[in-house]
Design a protein. Sequence first.
Length: 233
Amino acid sequence: MAAKKVYILDFGSLVLDRSHIMWGMEPGTPTRFPAYGVLIDHPDGLIVYDTGFDLDYVSKVVPFGLPEQTPEQMIPRQLASAGFDPEQVSLVVNSHLHFDHSGGNKHLTNATTLVSKEEMRHAKVPEPFEQLGYCDPGFDHPEARYQQISGDIVVMNKPNWYLFAKPTTYASTHGSPWAYDTNVPLAMYGPSWIKAGKYGDSEVVDLARTIAFILNVRPPNGCEGRVLLDILN
């Protein structure tokens, strides 16, 4: 059954370095981006897709994100502008549980949160390089109720790519669940400092630290991962 009405919710904005948005392009360029959500007035209930960020929390923990959010942009006021109360929302769907997508979940105390099992695992036990993204535990408020699902379909507009910004412009995003994107071989070739052989698992975040070690230079600021000493003579 079709939705009766769909509303765009404006939750304010944050600032990121453009390289974080465009996968390494134009580093050192602060870029302000909006935090949006969607309200769906459906015959089966009121649905909210993404709830923005919590201004007080982000101002304390992620102040370099330069959060901007007026009282009117908080989720209770945004819902009120559409004629609804937070208690009327029956279902919350978060694209993922980063702090800028789930910060308003705690206001929707009567809603069930629809979330994938893998996303819940990442949110509660994040990888080291994702701890900042999942830094706000507010999504797991005392009244939170979850319906966990296991997704098995990803719609792709072009093989190995996602539609981005314009119909004629493509760029990679956070990746996909498929093995070719999350588990790929790492091949290293070079002079005498590379040790021939096959080695165990490594992560993308290991590359920068390993290359910095080989070049005998300081790793980039915020560099995570480890030096892949097993492959080096």
